[in-house]
Design a protein around this ligand. Structure first.
Ligand code: SF4
Length: 286
């Protein structure tokens, strides 16, 4: 039978856990059909399906949510105008923004109010970044040392923050490119969350002890994909699957020990189901 080792740090981070619980609680307290999440609460299709079954509808546009409904803001947060607009449309807002994302939003607002030109290190198309930049005027978003050199104007006072889920080592490289330039004052406030990096370290640690890795989680989840990429870079055969349904016996031919890790949006029940079934596989006859 297959020997299976499971990453110690895996699955839901506290921000996602809180958002899912708040969504389920809200749906159970409201009339069915009146609770909407603005965008998927979580980047995991199976969990989104479970939430829909529990009464959490999904909409990507405010104007499609019927007045009088309840609007759930997901853990990534939104620009402040979105909440104002929702209230203007007669929606009841339930805010599930992760407390670390909220902190980043407040820091950006304070830096701006204190006269700093705010620079955010992050992916401009990521929903968290799109929301955080709404808390100050003209936030410059950069995502590489090259962009730091090219796109940050020579202003006297810079206030720098980063997307919560970025790797500290990468942020350090971009910051180094910023401070290499002659600014009078650069204020760097750490907005990083170590939930993602803890899952990455746990997965990398497993790579040294197994001969095949399974990363379980949404195929569109950025942090789950990053986890799979990191394991591949360790030289271990790595498969990124959403559930056991995508498993094929040929994935473990010639392997004896498998590792299982999961991103911050993967529910534990899906990981446990996968592990239980993988343990039943006999690689010799796969
Ligand atoms: S990864 Fe960190 S910042 Fe993002 S939702 Fe989870 S706890 Fe919050």
């Amino acid at each position: 039978m297959m020997k299976v080792l499971v990453a110690e740090n895996r699955g839901f981070c506290f921000g996602v856990q809180d958002a899912v619980e708040l969504a389920l609680r809200t749906a159970s307290e409201r009339t069915r059909g009146t609770v909407y999440a603005l965008g998927p609460i979580i980047h995991n299709p199976q969990e989104v399906g479970r939430l829909e079954d529990a009464g959490v509808n999904q909409s990507t546009q405010l104007d499609q949510v019927p007045p009088g409904s309840t609007l759930l803001i997901r853990s990534h947060g939104v620009r402040p105008e979105v909440i104002e607009e929702a209230r203007r449309r007669g929606l009841q807002v339930v805010d599930a923004t992760c407390k670390l994302v909220k902190r980043a939003q407040q820091i950006v607002q304070e830096l701006h109010d204190d006269g700093y030109q705010v620079v955010m290190i992050g992916d401009a198309n990521h929903p968290e970044v799109m929301g955080v930049v709404g808390y100050a005027d003209e936030v410059i978003v950069i995502n590489s040392p090259d962009e730091a050199a090219q796109r940050v104007p020579d202003r006297a006072r810079l206030g720098v923050v980063a997307q919560t889920t970025h790797a500290p080592e990468y942020v350090a490289k971009v910051v180094a490119a910023i401070v290499a330039r002659p600014f009078r004052e650069v204020k760097i406030v750490s907005t990083l969350c170590n939930e993602v990096s803890r899952r990455q370290s746990a997965a990398v640690d497993l790579c040294g002890r197994v001969d095949v890795m399974f990363i379980i989680g949404g195929l569109h989840s950025a942090n789950t994909r990053q986890l799979a990429r990191l394991c591949e870079e360790q030289g271990v055969t790595t498969w990124h699957l959403e559930t056991w349904d995508q498993f094929r016996p040929e994935m473990v031919v010639g392997k004896t020990t498998a590792g299982v890790a999961a991103g911050t949006s993967t529910p534990e029940r899906i990981v446990q189901d996968f592990v239980k079934r993988l343990e039943q596989i006999n690689p010799a006859s796969a």
